[in-house]
Design a protein around this ligand. Structure first.
Ligand code: AMP
Length: 224
């Protein structure tokens, strides 16, 4: 890397569904001027558009199961090669299995920091019961903890707010179980590689954001 050239910031946000990854990823993306790549949002878009990927993924997403690794790895490989990822990116919701993490490593992608946003299960269930998304732009809100100005329309584009089908209580329970069995082992996986930072995600959005920025700034200071 030539001198004076800043190293790309390649981040992974780990955590249970509803831990706040999407909200924190959006704020982090703005501050460091890097894109957020959310596999969940990509899948929801594909389902809404009725593409082949959407048709394949719909059953898995709506029942709270994981989409097979080979499908997800394929779409992520293409996505992180796009020009907007040149200065780095935030992966929100990927990898979600050890096999996905291994595939990411094998693609030659060197991850800067993995931030594990930790929230107890009972808080997750409480949070997910009021979660909603904009039907048009996909921005995420919460009816109680992060409402929009008028409570029914998106602050960004004025679109209508809808509840996510996979936030149904039975599906939430299944997604949490899937998280503990399939995704949580990644905490140990990245800890073993020295890239993991744990952040307590049970608190005010702005306090958690501040802790995340502290971790990233620490990485940047050490690298540049
Ligand atoms: P999310 O918005 O990240 O909570 O993802 C919503 C749903 O999309 C998940 O419950 C899975 O069905 C699917 N999904 C998202 N990311 C992945 C991934 N990396 N691997 C497998 N399935 C995924």
């Amino acid at each position: 890397m030539p001198k004076n050239e800043k190293k790309a910031i390649k981040l992974i946000f780990l955590g249970a569904p509803g831990a706040g990854k999407g909200t924190q990823a959006e704020l982090t993306a703005k501050k460091y001027n890097i894109p957020t790549i959310s596999t969940g949002a990509m899948l929801r878009e594909a389902i809404a558009a009725g593409t082949e990927l959407g048709k394949t993924a719909a059953g898995y997403v709506e029942s709270g199961a994981l989409v097979p690794d080979d499908i997800i790895v394929g779409i992520m490989r293409d996505r992180i090669l796009q020009p907007d990822c040149e200065n780095g990116f935030i992966l929100d919701g990927f990898p979600r299995t050890i096999a996905q993490a291994v595939a990411l490593g094998e693609s030659g992608t060197e991850i800067s920091v993995v931030i594990d946003i930790e929230v107890p299960d009972e808080k997750i269930i409480d949070r997910m019961s009021g979660r909603c998304v904009c039907a048009d732009c996909g921005a995420t809100y919460h009816l109680v903890y992060n409402p929009t100005g008028d409570g029914v329309h998106c602050d960004k584009c004025g679109g209508e707010l809808i509840l996510r089908r996979d936030d149904d209580p039975v599906v939430v329970a299944r997604r949490l179980k899937t998280y503990h069995t399939e995704t949580e082992p990644l905490v140990g996986y990245y800890e073993g590689r020295g890239t993991l930072s744990r952040v307590d995600g049970d608190g005010k959005v702005e306090d958690i954001t501040a802790k995340i920025f502290e971790v990233i700034d620490g990485y940047i200071a050490a690298e540049n």
